[in-house]
Design a protein around this ligand. Structure first.
Ligand code: GLU
Length: 400
């Protein structure tokens, strides 16, 4: 008897988490696996934030918080939006959730009706498509070009829009490509969206603080579409707080209220202690915080190192990412090649080959909608990055 709902049967498990779990299991069996799979800073949460979490326990913040988050946290997020992004979101437009993932999930459930089309530029972050599927939406994938740094153009979006389109979802800085949309590129997209008042945009800005080229640009800055944008952010990446599970949205009030209603039926609210730690994170000015600057600079050093290393891998086509901590090289020149019992036909085959023979865990590009590529997360030490690429080159050299 299969008791599992159709909804869950037709859903894929998170490929990023699956690869990470596999790497953990192999390590537990004694295999010397280097995991470049999960996108997670290897730094610990800054001391000042940890202290705020400890104090929250001592101060007995151990009761149910308000559903959308503590008032002081929403106030601090409102100020953060103004300070860092020049966006006006009042506290009542903000909902604090259990990670960016829950924030995205709720926003999609709150806005997408069954049959609605959701435009997702490809490559995309793994969970977007599954969340849309659970909501009954139809994913419309728009393939971007490596030569355009994997960014969707305004014209491509215009062509993909139909009378059924409800939402466009994208991230900048991008997971998995590390690319950033410029002010002008976002403006061109905003111009398209402004002509379609029935369409919403979900702008995932979780990698905001890991930006190597300049100021972060939010699409909600364009007044003509402000009422159509849901801005998603959180503390996981910029503040090394993945385990605290705090994400949030800034959105037009009716959307925020709908997300709050849903959250009240799912988690009641997110963890009180984590919220108090996140309050401290939001009060840190990223332009001044030594902790944030240190981590960003480290990621930049590693980005530069990884760029040099990956360029030495034969037949990888590599672009220089401008943010986040990912590389997404095109690797399809290896498809059709063989070694021993392995035949490489796609990104999954290549990743499993590299894992089994080279002990390096990566995520296949197919998980992000682009089977020609594979994703490297370089949020780990320089020594491990050097060793990982060395191993990869050795096993790739065996493929004929
Ligand atoms: N966002 C990270 C990644 O892409 C964390 C894992 C996940 O939730 O997908 O690796």
């Amino acid at each position: 008897m299969n008791y599992i709902s159709d909804r869950i049967m037709q859903m894929s498990a998170s490929e990023t988490l699956a690869m990470t779990q596999l790497a953990r299991e192999l390590k537990a069996q004694g295999r010397d696996v280097i995991s470049l799979s999960i996108g997670e800073p290897d730094f610990n949460t800054p001391e000042v934030i940890k202290e705020a979490g400890k104090k929250a326990i001592d101060d007995n913040f151990t009761h149910y918080p308000p559903v959308p988050g503590y008032a002081d946290l929403r106030d601090a997020i409102s100020k953060k939006f103004k300070r860092d992004n020049n966006l006006d979101y009042k506290p009542e437009q903000i909902v604090v959730s259990t990670g960016g993932k829950q924030a995205i999930y709720q926003a999609v459930m709150a806005t997408v009706n069954p049959g609605d089309e959701v435009i997702i530029p490809t490559p995309f972050w793994v969970s977007y498509k599954e969340i849309v599927k659970v909501a009954g939406g139809k994913c419309i994938y728009v393939k971007t070009k490596l030569e355009n740094d994997f960014k969707v153009t305004a014209q491509q979006l215009e062509e993909a829009i139909t009378e059924k389109t409800k939402l466009i979802m994208f991230s900048s800085p991008s997971n998995p490509t590390g690319m950033l949309y410029t002010h002008d590129e976002l403006k061109a997209i905003a111009d398209v969206v402004a002509r379609h008042k029935e369409i919403l945009v979900m702008s995932d800005e979780i990698y905001e603080h890991i930006n190597f080229v300049g100021k972060h640009e939010s699409i909600a800055q364009f007044n003509e579409i402000y009422e159509q944008v849901i801005t998603v952010n959180g503390v996981a990446k910029g503040f090394a707080m993945t385990g605290w599970r705090i994400g949030f949205i800034g959105a037009p009030t009716p959307i925020a209220k709908a997300c709050e209603k849903l959250q009240g039926q799912i988690t009641s609210a997110t963890c009180s202690i984590a919220q108090k730690a996140a309050l401290k994170a939001m009060q840190l000015n990223p332009a001044e915080s030594e902790d944030i600057k240190f981590m960003r600079n480290k990621f930049l050093e590693r980005r530069d190192l990884m760029y040099k290393l990956l360029q030495t891998v034969p037949d990888f086509e590599v672009r220089l990412p401008q943010g986040a901590f990912y590389f997404f090289p095109k690797v399809n020149k290896y498809y059709g090649k063989k070694y021993d019992k392995y035949t490489i036909n796609n990104s999954n085959d290549l990743c499993m080959y590299i894992l089994n023979e080279g002990n390096v865990a990566l995520v296949p590009g197919v998980a992000f909608g682009d089977d020609d590529c594979i994703r490297f997360s370089y949020a780990t030490s320089e020594d491990l990055l050097i060793e990982a690429v060395k191993r990869i080159k050795e096993v790739l050299a065996k493929l004929q």
